[in-house]
Design a protein around this ligand. Structure first.
Ligand code: FES
Ligand code: FES
Length: 175
């Protein structure tokens, strides 16, 4: 039987800052980031690995933090959505593109989309953006606007592509 009361030490770098805590061995990385470290930009939706809302970067790879234990991140370099605005004010180019393309409404999914995008080299994924983002779910904005934001940020020009900012405010409900 698993001893759920067991604890272990975790040393992890998050957004360039070192953190050290003693945590239950069953604590999810998502809960560690939000509830222990206090970085609440990472959202938790399904907690089953389906929605992608909890996506962070671990050692450069996009990871669903609800499927990873905090103790598994011991010694790792973790980046969350808060790292995109290093000085806490200026938006990253992709965040700016989401803003300009009306690519969010409630914003619950947005951190996950942004971290999935942050984890890749655009040159490798420019032609496969639908595939790249197929693991991130959005309940309200509509994927056309999100795709428009990616195209804007990555400078993709596609026949028939329409930027949501240029379609007279028809920015909602097409997902
Ligand atoms: S909360 Fe992790 S994938 Fe949905
Ligand atoms: S903007 Fe609300 S879930 Fe995506």
């Amino acid at each position: 039987m698993i001893d759920t009361a067991r604890e272990a030490d975790v040393h992890v770098d998050i957004n360039g800052r070192s953190h050290h805590h003693r945590v239950p061995v069953r604590l999810l990385l998502s809960d560690y980031i939000r509830d222990v470290v206090g970085l609440t930009g990472t959202h938790v939706g399904c907690e089953h690995g389906y929605c992608g809302a909890c996506t962070v970067m671990v050692n450069g790879d996009a990871v669903r933090s609800c499927l990873m234990l905090a103790v598994q991140a011991h010694g790792a370099d973790v980046r969350t959505v808060e790292s995109l605005t290093a000085d806490g004010t200026a938006l990253s180019p992709m965040q700016q593109a989401f803003h300009e393309s009306y690519a969010l409404q409630c914003g619950f999914c947005t951190a996950g989309f942004l971290m999935t995008l942050e984890s890749v080299d655009p040159d490798d994924w420019r032609d496969r953006t639908v595939e790249l983002l197929s693991g991130n779910l959005c309940r309200c904005t509509g994927y056309q606007n999100i795709m428009a934001a990616v195209e804007r940020a990555w400078g993709i020009e596609r026949a028939g592509s329409r930027d949501a900012a240029g379609v007279g405010g028809e920015a909602h409900g097409d997902g």
